[in-house]
Design a protein around this ligand. Structure first.
Ligand code: NAD
Length: 466
């Protein structure tokens, strides 16, 4: 650190210590806070060159393997299985044999008979030692994403990993460093970036409809209490609720934040610079725990630490700000908010509404004007794939568009729409928000996973198709 910025940093830290209620004389506590905050932006040594714009020779038929066949994984398997000639299901794996058998039964109806692996913690490793896999799709509990993705890349495979890609800062760097070292794709499967509404807002943002972008709101608001407690039909080994015993912060930021990051060109001319985070008290899971069966491990628990509502505010290098919310325990309708503000327009989702400067901007656009804007700025991929979207669906069609784009880019030898830097930038909000909450909502800086390459303007692949 230069002397000037070091002096500024120490002054800020002293102020922070004061905010935290630490006496300035408590040098040990102050040093510890300083050390933890400063360590976030330290960059590990790069192990290879940047994978921005990484391209490969066109793959005629992409050979795909799958790990994790719970509530999410089989949808990906089915969609890939439907892309005849473009992709093929080579092998599938789940620790639970019954999940493998269910997926094999679904595939056999399509006359597809991939190899299968199950019944051990490490059956997936055995599968990844095959030599007929180009791409591995990972849909396992969060804690498994990074070890599985890293091992797959080390075997020379490309990776598409479910959201969030990683839960810790160290793991975000592991993904970036391994992708660079092995020169492999590691895409986080942020399906919401392919939503009809999100691609339309993105197109408007890029065409200048919003003017200068200033602010956005994103969220994951989804009442998951029933699913998190359910030990039979819910998550494998109730993995999700366990995170609420251990972590307080924004545990699932990417559905709302991914599209916003694309509107704002994060790592394509702008970057997330710092955040502050604050959680409400915890009450929802404790109250709900009294309503579940007495033999449920989470019956009558009082040790949940995750606040019911987490608000995280991000500042970008270009001065924009973003509110990201996380609430999975309140009885309220589903929302990702999807709000975007600029000098000339404002959009808000749930339901989608638009207001434009000069057109009575105190009010939302009237239905006909709104429809005209939808028509004028819609992303053509939704029309082009209309029939397949109707047949395959998945969260209203966005899942299919994502899978289609992933395979189509590999078929055509194009860079993927989302790279490992996007995966790390969007996922790192988890550990940074946790740290900020722990330190009394102190401001925490983002690491620069691109190592300075974020400043260059780069076109998003999906927008080259407009
Ligand atoms: N993008 C989206 O819209 C979306 C929607 C739902 C879930 N997800 C993500 O998908 C992932 C999976 O979520 P889910 O709802 O399917 O959970 P789930 O618990 O239903 O499925 C996880 C599966 O992984 C298997 N598994 C666990 N350990 C394993 C191991 N060592 N080897 C092989 N298999 C193992 C489990 O048996 C289970 O079938 C999560 O990351 C979640 O966040 C994303």
């Amino acid at each position: 650190m230069h002397n000037k910025s070091r002096r500024k940093f120490i002054k800020l830290s002293a102020l922070s210590a004061a905010f935290l209620g630490l006496p300035f004389s408590d040098s040990h506590a102050r040093d510890e806070v300083e050390r933890r905050i400063a360590s976030i932006t330290e960059q590990p040594l790069a192990r290879g060159k940047s994978v921005m714009g990484l391209k490969f020779a066109p793959m005629k038929e992409v050979k795909v393997a799958f790990i994790g066949l719970g509530m999410r994984g089989p949808n990906h398997v089915e969609q890939i299985a439907g892309l005849h000639g473009k992709a093929r299901v080579t092998a599938i794996c789940d620790i639970r044999k019954e999940k493998v058998d269910e997926t094999l039964a679904m595939l056999s109806k399509k006359d597809q008979f991939p190899a299968s692996y199950s019944s051990s913690d490490f059956a997936w490793k055995e599968m990844l030692r095959r030599d007929d896999i180009d791409l591995v799709v990972i849909s396992t509990p969060w804690a498994d994403h990074v070890p599985m993705a890293v091992y797959a890349m080390q075997q020379g495979m490309h990776v598409a990993v479910e959201v969030p890609a990683a839960m810790t800062l160290e793991d975000c760097w592991k993904l970036v460093n391994t992708a660079e070292e092995m020169q492999r794709n590691c895409m986080m499967m942020e399906n919401v970036c392919y939503g009809d509404e999100e691609l339309w807002v993105l197109n408007m943002a890029q065409k200048g409809v919003f003017g200068t972008l200033t602010y956005a709101e994103a969220a994951y608001i989804h009442d998951l209490r029933w699913l998190m407690f359910d030990k039979n039909k819910g998550y494998y080994d109730q993995w999700r609720i366990r995170h609420h015993i251990e972590n307080d912060g924004n545990l699932y930021p990417t559905h709302g934040l991914g599209p916003v990051a694309q509107y704002m060109g994060i790592s394509r001319g702008d970057r997330f610079e710092r955040l502050v985070s604050m959680s409400s008290l915890e009450a929802g899971l404790t109250a709900h725990s009294l309503t579940v069966e007495a033999d449920n491990e989470f019956y009558n628990r009082t040790d949940f630490v995750h606040g019911d509502m987490n608000n995280t505010l991000i500042k970008t290098a270009m001065g924009r700000s973003i509110l990201v919310q996380h609430d999975v325990v309140t009885p309220r309708p589903y929302s990702r908010i999807n709000a975007l503000a600029g000098t000339n327009a404002y959009h808000e989702g749930y339901p989608s509404r638009l207001s434009i400067k000069g057109k009575d901007s105190h009010n939302w656009l009237k239905e006909d004007d709104y429809k005209a804007m939808r028509e004028k700025y819609k992303h053509p991929i939704w029309d082009r794939l209309k029939k397949q979207i109707a047949e395959n669906g998945g969260h209203g069609g966005m899942d299919f568009v994502m899978i289609y784009r992933l395979i189509d880019c590999l078929n055509r030898g194009l860079p993927l729409d989302m790279d490992v830097y996007d995966a790390a930038d969007w996922s790192v909000v988890i550990p940074l928000s946790k740290l900020s909450v722990e330190l009394g909502s102190l401001s925490v800086a983002f690491p620069d996973f691109t190592r300075g390459k974020w400043e260059g303007k780069r076109e998003l692949g999906i927008m080259a198709e407009v």
